[in-house]
Design a protein around this ligand. Structure first.
Ligand code: SAH
Length: 396
């Protein structure tokens, strides 16, 4: 594609309707939702905690295996259809240890999520999504336990939609368009299934919403997934270990900051330092003006020593010039941030491509010279099409 003739798409469709707690899938229910339900069955509230624990701590969906519940309760729960809403189709393993899981939804559509081994000591580069998580000297989650410290940390990259409505021109999901948003039960089930594919000694340390879809497009389902993940009776993840990556939907950024007090990590797909360049590759820029986006980032209630990750996909002759690096430094002035440069991974739907390695290095060096914290993201899993932006609408 000629970079000067990049298409522009209209605003995304309205977010899907959110289910009321009554019709919410059992896997997306918090203990308090089970309390109400089990209360109606005359059961004490601790039973609700037990059911939640089985699903979210022990990855058990089969009520018959919930052995600390009475038989009559188990048969009544069976009517709730507590089944995993996803089936595994294939698991592809990359030579670098990355695992891409293809999962089938109940309506026959398919999604992917990716398990990525975290850092192996390379300097100046980041794993997908582990950005800013390990350099704040604040390891406040369960990893203070000696056994956890010995384990090998993994990052799980989850999808939040089937396809995507944002239309970014260099992204396979964006080019495929939006089929539908995922419910919280479908997002959290990716975590539950991915746990089964950990090798001995591995654990999911970080979770990133960087798979298919725009997580802030249907904010309520993303927020509920975060509540499920961080619940002490479930996976009990620290919100600091969760990163929401967004094209920059301003109202969603504000809500995320308010609802989680800034504790949830934020990654912004900026990809350009000025409105003109950004609108050519991120059409949503026309609806979410850059100056308003930057104002929302400055207002995000970041805890001390935390930074917002700025994702910048480098595209040959589109956004890779030294002037772009200089303007980026100006755009980010005063924002606690860290730039993650991602040389564009090739996709079938576009002829756009990554710059030459020396151009990437020159861009990085210019940012470093201007004292902008930055690193080049190491490509993971590209031999199984699991690298950033390569998660296409999987074949059903
Ligand atoms: N909708 C979210 C999540 C998207 S995927 C967002 O826009 O942030 C996560 C990251 O991969 C985003 O920064 C996205 O822009 C980037 N990405 C998409 N396609 C890519 C490609 N072909 N090469 C490199 N990075 C890509």
């Amino acid at each position: 594609m000629n970079p000067s003739k990049l298409p522009v798409i209209p605003a995304p469709p309205a977010a899907p309707r959110h289910p009321s707690s009554k019709e919410r899938h059992p896997v997306a229910r918090l203990p308090e939702d089970f309390h109400d339900l089990l209360g109606q069955l005359g059961e004490p509230s601790f039973r609700a905690d037990q059911v939640f624990r089985w699903i979210h701590q022990h990855s058990v969906f089969d009520v018959e295996r919930m052995t600390n519940l009475s038989r009559p309760l188990r048969s009544r729960l069976a009517e709730l259809d507590i089944a995993c809403p996803l089936d595994e189709v294939t698991v592809q393993r990359s030579t670098d240890g990355t695992r891409k899981l293809l999962l089938r939804l109940r309506d026959g559509m398919a999604i992917e999520c990716v398990l990525i081994p975290q850092g192996n000591g390379d300097q100046g580069s980041d794993d997908q999504g582990s950005d800013d998580q390990d350099d704040d000297g604040d390891d406040d989650d369960a990893s203070s336990h000696p056994e956890e410290r010995r384990s090998r940390p993994m990052t799980l990259c989850v999808s939040s939609q089937v396809g995507c409505a944002m239309g970014c021109v260099f992204c396979a999901s964006g080019q495929a368009g939006l089929k539908r948003g995922l419910g919280a039960h479908e997002i959290i089930s990716q975590v539950i299934i991915a746990r089964r594919h950990l090798d001995a000694g591995e654990r999911i340390k970080n979770l990133v919403f960087m798979g298919m879809g725009e997580p802030l497009h249907h904010y309520a389902e993303t927020a509920r997934t975060i509540r499920l993940l961080t619940h002490p009776l479930g996976a009990a993840m620290s919100p600091r270990r969760i990163t929401v990556s967004t094209v920059g939907l301003i109202s969603g950024i504000k809500k995320l900051g308010e609802d989680f007090g800034g504790k949830v990590g934020l990654a912004i797909s900026l990809h350009a330092p000025d409105p003109e360049t950004r609108s050519r590759i991120v059409p949503m820029n026309l609806h979410q003006p850059l100056d308003e986006l930057m104002a929302a980032l400055h207002a995000y209630p970041l805890p001390k020593r935390r930074r917002i990750t700025i994702e910048y996909t480098l595209i040959d002759r589109v956004n890779d010039r030294i002037e772009h690096a200089r303007r980026l430094a100006t755009t980010l002035a005063g924002l606690p941030s860290k730039v993650n440069l991602i040389p564009m991974n090739p996709i079938k739907a576009s002829t756009l491509r990554a710059p030459l390695p020396e151009t990437v290095e020159a861009f990085r060096r210019e940012l470093a010279r201007l004292r902008v914290s930055c690193s080049v993201r190491q490509t993971r899993g590209d031999d199984v099409d699991a690298a950033c932006g390569q998660l296409a609408l999987a074949q059903s």
